[in-house]
Write a protein that binds this ligand. Structure first.
Ligand code: HSE
Length: 437
């Protein structure tokens, strides 16, 4: 990698984020001077049409392949999103010796191994700050400022759409469907909200964070993923009365290790699910579209990063910061910089849910007969499930609603107890089962 006075950048995609990137690169006054060494050389677009940015017409091409194979281009930014053609274009660009900056969490979480192996062979960088948490610096801190720590856990609220919906459900007392519809009309949720509300976007992002934090490869398909469609206004209210807020948490942590113990196996927990978070916890107060990531390690303890997890400016800020890192590294002529590269040489296996030790919240609708609470307690006890609280919430004719919160228990033991409980003649329904942090 030679030091060059000007680095030519090929931009794949000129949507919201692409425009934000171009705006920063065209207006460098007051920003880092090294930005002046970066020049947008070509922009790959789907079709020619008027744009909300003033770039020369000759810069545009609909032939994206011509950008990734252009010998004059040093760095390719991929912000088209989706799996294909993004993956193939990234690989072809690497094959042609270009450094990559991408915001594409779907591609990196699924094809990271293939891409990083190709990048290592080609001697180029692949930087992905914008893929997780939008404008919040979290990838670079994990690779650099926090890299001397033994990481115990990385967890966070890493999907803004679901956090917006849950925050509104919390503040307005509304149910999921009408708030989703309103969020779509206001532009806070996509017309097809599946990737966000079913937790898939957050699962992509936590797979990336887990791989970095624990230094190994993650199979994205093994990440347990549960979205927020089944969260009801009732559960939000009950959780609130018990001192919790419900958040969609993405969690990667060592399996049940005592705090700050070094990782001794290649097994970790990686999961996404709605979670009752104590109101005193740092993630409980992250509201609206904001994201936050909490990293726990030794010796640092806990550190939380929070801020805007999406949008033109924040995401462009992260992409251009990666560009700048590459420019800085290339300007020294000493490459590859080990703090920018990503080296995973072993796989990490994900602990099955049945072995995860966690607190759980379950809401039960039962017949209002004598002895039912005792029967439930006995059954949980028989399965070694220790209870923290059991509360009778309300009555409905001859039925009562009970909310049970457990201590930390193996999830498999809890599921076995619940399977027995579902067979009790007094148990009419089990409307919800949620994790508790
Ligand atoms: N759709 C994502 C979110 C933003 O709602 O947070 C892009 O990752």
């Amino acid at each position: 990698m030679d030091a060059k006075a000007t680095l030519k950048v090929g931009l794949l995609g000129l949507g919201t984020v692409g425009i934000g990137i171009a705006k920063i690169l065209l207006d460098t006054q007051g920003r880092h001077p090294l930005l002046n060494s970066l020049e947008i050389s070509q922009v790959g677009v789907r079709s020619h049409k008027p744009r909300a940015i003033d770039l020369p017409e000759t810069i545009y091409t609909t032939d994206l392949k011509s950008i990734v194979t252009d010998p004059n281009i040093d760095i390719v930014i991929e912000v088209i999103g989706g799996l294909e053609p993004a993956r193939s274009l990234i690989l072809e660009a690497i094959d042609h010796g270009k450094h990559i900056v991408t915001a594409n969490k779907a591609v990196i979480s699924r094809y990271g191994e293939e891409i990083y192996e190709a990048a290592t062979a080609a001697g180029v960088y692949v930087l992905i700050e914008a893929a997780v948490g939008g404008g919040i610096p979290v990838i670079a801190p994990l690779k650099q400022a926090l890299s001397v720590n033994r990481i115990q856990a990385v967890m966070g609220i890493i999907n803004g759409t679901t956090n917006y919906i849950l925050t509104r459900m919390q503040t307005e007392g509304g149910d999921f469907e009408p708030i989703l519809t309103d969020a779509q009309q206001l532009g806070y949720a996509e017309a097809d909200p599946t990737a966000d509300v079913d937790g898939l976007d957050a699962a992509d992002k936590i797979a990336i964070l887990a791989a970095l934090a624990f230094g190994g490869r993650i199979n994205r398909d093994d990440v347990y993923c549960e979205g927020i469609r089944n969260i009801s206004a009732a559960d939000i209210t009950y959780a609130k009365n018990l001192g919790f807020v419900i958040k969609l948490l993405a969690i990667a942590k060592l399996p049940n290790a005592p705090a700050y113990k070094a990782q001794t196996s290649n097994r970790i927990q990686v999961r996404v699910h709605p979670t009752l978070v104590p109101t005193s916890h740092p993630l409980a107060s992250i509201n609206g579209v904001n994201n936050a990531v909490l990293v726990e390690g030794e010796p640092i303890g806990q550190v939380t990063f929070s801020g805007p997890g999406a949008g033109e400016g924040p995401t462009a800020s992260a992409v251009v910061a990666d560009l700048l890192s590459i420019a800085a590294s290339l300007s020294t002529g000493q490459n590859p910089d080990p703090l920018l590269t990503c080296m995973h040489d072993h796989g990490l296996s994900i602990v099955p849910n049945s072995e995860v030790v966690t607190r759980l919240y379950v809401r039960l609708l039962v017949k209002d007969t004598s002895g039912v609470i005792g029967k439930l307690g006995t059954c949980f006890g028989k399965h070694d499930v220790s209870l923290e609280s059991i509360v009778q919430i309300g009555t409905l004719k001859d039925l009562v609603e009970l909310v049970v919160v457990t201590h930390e228990v193996p999830e498999g033991a809890f599921q076995n107890a619940l399977a027995d409980i579902r067979q009790f003649p007094e148990v009419v329904d089990v409307p919800s089962l949620l994790h508790v942090l």
